[in-house]
Design a protein around this ligand. Structure first.
Ligand code: GLY
Length: 611
């Protein structure tokens, strides 16, 4: 984790009245790309574009132009908050049974590394849309840092090196990917230099010709050909179905966010096709009934009562998520019912004080949601990746961006578009592999594959408001654990009164299935305060699995990577907090605070920067 300050050289008389801009990103070079936009007078959207393109170069295993994401934007001037949804879409020829052509689900490792898994990428269209509408820089301006990084190279950090070493074969299956990350058959190691000339050429082409250079023409033809690759074990059924028309017709959606309340704070988050916002708000609605911050009543951070309530809320919300949540552009889902306080009261009543509940079924929110007329039946949850990336930005005007993006699994499909140097996603594996829709059981099949549909996501870029003003932006990678990382940080801020950095460093707890085991953190020294062995023993006594043997420390997981900014309402200043679980980096673009008689600007030292 790093903090860096950068001075913007503007007229002191202008900037003396303005707060600083801050970027918080999972990689220092990508953070620097965003800071460069802010320092050049750009706004948060300009900086977000530059960060996203740079991440394609320095964290290629997690996100890029071959993938998709959700950019949550808050505009200071109008007070509006909205989402630029660049989630991948299924091609027109997609079908509900395409991951189970013989009635049996394809093995995930095979399906996810075949062209069949590749969704129509949205990231470039999304970033370009945001820039065109709300940015001040050109696409070429924001691509410039990424082009430099791809052309001149970047040091391989320990996270990228570990992902190459532990790739499950994904950087070895397709020769173009192996040539970049395993040159001469040798995996790149920490400290090696990664140079990506093909990617640099691709980004230059896009800079010169705009996003149509990607969505039409020679590059589009290469994408279509690349996703026609299949794994021999899958035969023709593993071949991708994307066409040139699918690429040419890709559209982003501008969405209103979900808005919910928790103990007097307002959370603004992702609506469908992500489950992120609904599931976080459901869990908060369940947990508001418990005094989580009150040590006098046996709660407080890390107490067995607090952890137990969190675990049970996760079970209940994830049971609902598995059944009810998908792309509601394709079919309506009971948003209102899922968040209705009376529905949540029936669900919270299932939480017993000192005993794990039996794995809950999804509830029935329909009586609280008149618009939908189906009844629940269990459906399967697809396998989700620990990767993806999140970053947060605030600019000197108070505009905020909270952006989570992905190519789905680490290394996506493992398919690099030949000659163009970027990876294609495997996002379609976020759909149900076995179709769940069943009219006789009134199962909506909310996340079944369908033409043009977006697969359900867990991504949860979030903005926290107090008294109508944004005070913090955060989010995380981590597949379904994203939702729980956002929940943990929210509780740490609101119930446990932590600073943003403490809230990020603190160990996290996660359950991602109704019947799932408990995962918890504690293996790194910065994860304080620890979940005690005594608290873990209490959870074991109450029936929770996943913690190992009694008397031992079973909290050894690593969950998520939260990059966040905070706005101090009292002083108007902006700060960032970065996650040591990756190479999280905060850069503060500190504008001049000088009058005409003061000395020339000097960078502040890292330890002088508040966090
Ligand atoms: N593929 C990860 C997500 O969308 O949540």
């Amino acid at each position: 984790m790093r903090w860096i300050a950068l001075f913007a050289l503007f007229s002191p008389s202008v900037l003396a009245a303005l707060p600083d801009g801050v970027v918080a990103v999972s990689h220092p070079a990508a953070a620097a790309a965003g800071a460069r936009m802010l320092a050049a007078g750009g706004n948060a959207v300009d900086a977000a574009a530059a960060v996203q393109f740079a991440l394609n170069v320095v964290e290629p295993q997690s996100s890029g132009i071959g993938g998709g994401g959700f950019m949550l934007i808050h505009l200071a001037k109008t007070g509006e908050t909205f989402i630029v949804d660049s989630r991948e879409r299924a091609p027109a020829a997609a079908s509900a049974d395409m991951f189970a052509p013989d009635g049996l689900p394809m093995p995930f490792p095979l399906a996810s590394t075949s062209g069949l898994a590749v969704g129509v990428p949205g990231t470039l269209r999304g970033v370009d849309t945001a820039l065109t509408r709300w940015g001040t820089k050109t696409l070429a301006d924001t691509l410039a840092p990424a082009i430099e990084l791809a052309e001149h190279g970047v040091r391989v950090n320990r996270f990228l090196a570990a992902d190459i070493a532990n790739d499950g074969g994904r950087t070895r299956i397709h020769p173009e990917t192996a040539a970049i990350f395993r040159p001469g058959g040798v995996p790149l190691a920490e400290g090696d230099w990664l140079v990506q000339p093909a990617l640099a050429r691709t980004l230059k082409r896009i800079a010169a010709r705009g996003p149509d250079a990607f969505y039409r023409g020679a590059l589009a033809r290469s994408i279509v050909r690349a996703q026609q690759r299949t794994r021999s074990e899958l035969g023709a059924t593993g071949t991708g179905r994307m066409t040139l028309a699918d690429l040419a017709q890709y559209e982003v959606a501008i969405r209103d966010p979900l808005v919910g309340q928790y103990r007097g704070w307002t959370l603004v988050g992702m609506p469908p096709p992500s489950s992120g916002g609904l599931t976080v708000l459901q869990m908060l609605g369940l947990l508001e009934r418990f005094p989580l911050g009150d040590a006098a009543q046996g709660y407080g951070f890390g107490s067995p009562k607090t952890l137990h309530a969190m675990i049970e809320a996760m079970r209940l919300a994830f049971a609902d998520r598995a059944l009810w949540i998908g792309d509601d552009d394709a079919a309506p889902l009971p948003r209102q019912g899922l968040l209705h306080p009376d529905y949540l009261a029936t669900r919270a009543a299932l939480i017993q004080p000192d005993r794990r509940m039996d794995p809950p079924q999804a509830g029935d929110p329909l009586p609280w949601d008149a618009s939908v007329t189906v009844r629940p039946q269990p459906s399967r949850t697809p396998q989700e990746s620990p990767h993806t990336t999140h970053f947060s930005i605030v600019d000197r005007w108070g505009n905020v961006v909270s952006y989570t993006s992905t190519i789905e699994y680490t290394w996506g499909s493992g398919i690099t578009v030949p000659g163009y140097g970027f990876l294609l996603n495997n996002e379609l594996t976020d759909f149900n592999f076995l179709p769940a829709a069943d009219a006789s059981a009134s199962n909506p099949g909310a996340n079944d594959v369908a033409p043009h549909k977006r697969p359900r996501s867990s991504m949860a870029p979030t903005l926290l408001f107090k008294n109508g003003k944004p005070v913090a932006a955060y989010g995380s990678p981590g597949g379904a654990t994203i939702i729980n990382s956002v929940l943990n940080v929210t509780l740490n801020l609101i119930d446990h009164g932590m600073s943003l950095q403490q809230a990020i460093d603190a160990p996290r707890l996660s359950v991602t299935h109704a019947a799932g085991p408990v995962q918890c953190e504690g293996g790194a020294t910065f994860m304080q305060p620890r979940f005690s062995v005594a608290a873990q023993d209490a959870l074991r006594d109450w029936g929770h699995a996943g913690l190992g043997d009694a008397g031992t420390d079973g909290c050894q997981a690593t969950i998520g990577s939260v990059q966040a900014i905070v706005i101090d309402l009292a002083s108007g200043t902006h700060h960032g907090a970065a996650d040591p679980r990756r190479e999280g980096t905060v850069i503060q673009v500190r504008s001049a605070r000088l009058d005409e008689n003061q000395a020339p600007l000097q960078p502040v030292k890292a330890d002088e920067i508040p966090h």
